[in-house]
Ligand binder design. Sequence first.
Ligand code: GLY
Length: 302
Amino acid sequence: MRARLIIHGGAWNIPEDQVQDHLHGIKESLLTIFPKLLNGLSALDAVEQAVRILELNPTYDAGKGAFLNEAGEIELDAIIMDGRNLDFGAVGALQNILHPVSVARKVMEETEHAFLVGKGAQKFAREMNFPEEDPKSLLTARELAFFEAIQKDPNFRPHHPFGESPSDTVGAVALDQYGNLAVATSTGGTPRKLVGRVGDSPIPGAGAYADNESGAVSATGWGESIMKVLLSKSVCDLISHFPPKEAAERGIQMMQQKVGGLGGIIGISPEGSYLFAHNTPKMAFGYMDAKGKEVLRIKTDS
Ligand code: GLY
């Protein structure tokens, strides 16, 4: 089985002057992790490591660079899921941690639970020896300026109907040479979200899903709508009935028709076909092709 890796860095109307940064981070993650996958790294390790690279990159709404909530704080959500056995670990509204995806993995592997939130997640992260970050170290000047601008704007809505509102969640899907699928998704949620708001990203079936028998998918976009239709699981189910590309497009259409949601997905079928679709103006994503070369895209039709 040849390894596969696909990564996204958000779906919205990414401004032209931010396109290169979005694609560059995806390329860095692909080129760092894919050779390891070829050398036998597991899909689970691959998606965690790929997402850690994006959490470190201030371009995206994950880890460093995340949006601020209404109180001016960063609260992070993440999930990791193992397609071999449907095990997952997730964290929600986690503060002061750079790599929530790794805390999610520890929840999966070191506890009898699957999902920890808020102070409990933070306490657990501390117990697992994750460094507690100064909140300022996760904050970028860009997000502080954006927060200050939207605080004063009574018309600001976290989800613009034409995908103008930033949605820079990150995610990775991998198939390893042993035939196993895995997925990880990480986000800072939406700008000026209410304190304690958790979106789709850490919800299994919504922001991510992985099952060796049906496929693996990571989602990005308007969390409140992605959750309603359990977008990632819905697309995995569609893969059994339609060619992977069509399954992806049908999933996005279904979300748009049923709940008017905006977003994008990436995924891999059990046979190793990539799938991707979005109904936002752009989605930053990239994957490794059959020749081992990275393919970087900003739109599905570009
Ligand atoms: N899709 C990310 C969020 O809504 O939180």
